[in-house]
Design a protein around this ligand. Structure first.
Ligand SMILES: [Zn+2]
Length: 244
């Protein structure tokens, strides 16, 4: 595909760029969206597994589901889209990466200061005292571990249905949207608010907004540029053009 010359021109002048990424970026690393459970888990409703009510009513079941998803994440590798994004961080004065993905593949690819709007699936925290337990959980843990400090149940550091986004990460995302020259919406359906509103904040503040997605989405028609392709295909092409 051809990247519009006009967009490259704008990007070459841009000082501040922000990017929101979603499930499409990780899909190419073999990670399905959690709305689309696989294998034994197809019979469960993700909204029930990924919620505090689901966890309280059956902690072991929800823990097993997360262990299953972690096993997939631990096996996954960043794809060319992740690497291109990490490289883009070095091409502008300021590049803010905002992700809805919980798999940490952006960081594995070398991205830094990632704003994780939905938390991450690697770390855990105590449901009662909120203490963080960083690092990989042993996949051998079949039962929900207990907090070594207070004995509370340990839960994954992901944002569940019905929970607020991490306040500081979202505030930083809004600020980045307000102050950027170009805002990219990559591999995200544009349907989950408040994250889906970020490109429009950017547009209202004068930025050009760009969608990278193989499919038409509910926000496509509002975009200044639409690049119809996967992030692993489109983003390396942009990086190549910017470096020349
Ligand atoms: Zn605790």
């Amino acid at each position: 595909m051809d990247i519009p010359e006009k967009l490259i021109e704008i990007l070459k002048k841009a000082k501040k760029v922000a990017m929101l990424t979603g499930a499409g970026v990780s899909a190419e690393s073999g990670i399905k969206t959690f709305r689309d459970p696989d294998g034994l888990w197809t019979k469960f409703n993700p909204a029930e597994l990924a919620s505090i009510d689901g966890f309280m009513s059956n902690p072991k079941l929800v823990w097993e589901w997360y262990q299953h998803r972690r096993a997939i994440v631990f096996d996954a590798k960043p794809n060319p889209g992740h690497f291109a994004i990490a490289e883009m961080q070095n091409l502008f004065d300021k590049f803010t990466l905002i992700t809805q993905n919980v798999d940490r593949l952006h960081q594995t690819a070398g991205a830094t200061n990632v704003l994780e709007l939905h938390g991450n699936i690697i770390d855990n925290r105590c449901l009662d005292c909120n203490r963080n337990f960083e690092g990989e959980t042993s996949l051998a843990d079949k039962f929900v571990p207990r907090c070594t400090h207070c004995g509370g149940l340990i839960r994954p550091c992901v944002v569940w249905f019905g929970e607020m986004l991490p306040e500081e990460a979202f505030k930083q995302s809004e600020l980045a949207a307000m102050h950027c020259d170009v805002f990219f919406s990559v591999g995200t359906s544009g349907e989950v608010y408040p994250a889906a509103g970020l490109p429009f904040i950017a547009q209202n503040y004068g930025a050009k907004i760009v969608e990278v997605n193989p499919n038409h989405t509910s926000v496509s028609n509002s975009m200044d540029f639409v690049l119809r392709g996967t992030s692993s295909h489109v983003l390396p092409l942009i990086v190549e053009k910017l470096k020349n």
